[in-house]
Design a protein around this ligand. Sequence first.
Ligand code: FVH
Length: 288
Amino acid sequence: MPDQRTISVLGLGAMGRALAMTALHGGHRVRVWNRTGGKDIELVAAGADRAATPADAAADADLVIACLLDHASVQAVLEPIAATLSHTALVDLTSTTPEEARQLADWARGHDIAHLDGGIMAVPDMIGGPAAAILYSGDAGTFATARPVLDLFGSAEYLGADPGLAAAHDFALLAAMYAMFAGFAQGAAMLRSAGVSATDFAERAVPWLTAMTRSLPGQALLVDSGDYRTDVQNLHFNKAALDAIVRSAREAETTADVLRPVKALVDEQVADGHGELAFARIVEGLRP
Ligand code: FVH
């Protein structure tokens, strides 16, 4: 293997294990560490080296990958080994907020650690497959150097030098995902009282939501231009629709808890005199 590297993976939850196994299958030397024992058995059987401490894992590694629960656990694991990490490349694939990513980057800079933050847009089973995407931001040199390894995990996209950019995109995408999942739950609850299973609902929801996502680029143009004029389905129309859906939820003896914040945003726009404009204008109600 011409470009075999020593990769250290700190954190062997479901995602850390998937990353470590993928790096092993890519032909790299992989050192693994986890706070509690027993999660590395398959990896060690596949050829990974078990490290007793984070410092042992990170010592002289070409690339240190942290994949821990959250920012606090990243700090707890990395801060005591700052000296070991000095002059190595650190990729943090833990989900953190943009500010937390920037804080870690500042800390890393202060210890001569090259830092790259990553937002994983995949679940563990997808790692190494064609549907996995990971967004990166921070040190461009580290992205370039680590690229052959990062490409093993999924498509790798570098968003820019601001270390918070990957996390910002990650959480924006997750916000959209959670709203969609919650919308599915609301619809499933409403249909359940009509005796329709969630399975049947899902069969209809998938093509419907897929078709609706095609309107997103058009909505984005309105948001980016700030010009929300529309010939179709203005906020008056959407207010009437949401009022009826909330009544329908009541008839189905479910709450409308998922819809209520959406309705509130629409109501606010209409009350402020924007009823002739497009639904996308609710984004203005989300500004501070
Ligand atoms: N799993 C997924 O689908 C998502 C997809 C998108 C990205 N996320 C993020 O990836 C990070 C890790 O996720 P995970 O799935 O591996 O999570 P867990 O299986 O819960 O493993 C958590 C690991 O973190 C270790 N840990 C927690 N607290 C500490 C601490 N204070 N000190 C040291 N290690 C800590 C934990 O260790 P242990 O409990 O086994 O001892 C696990 O190794 C995460 O940010 C996701 O949001 C995954």
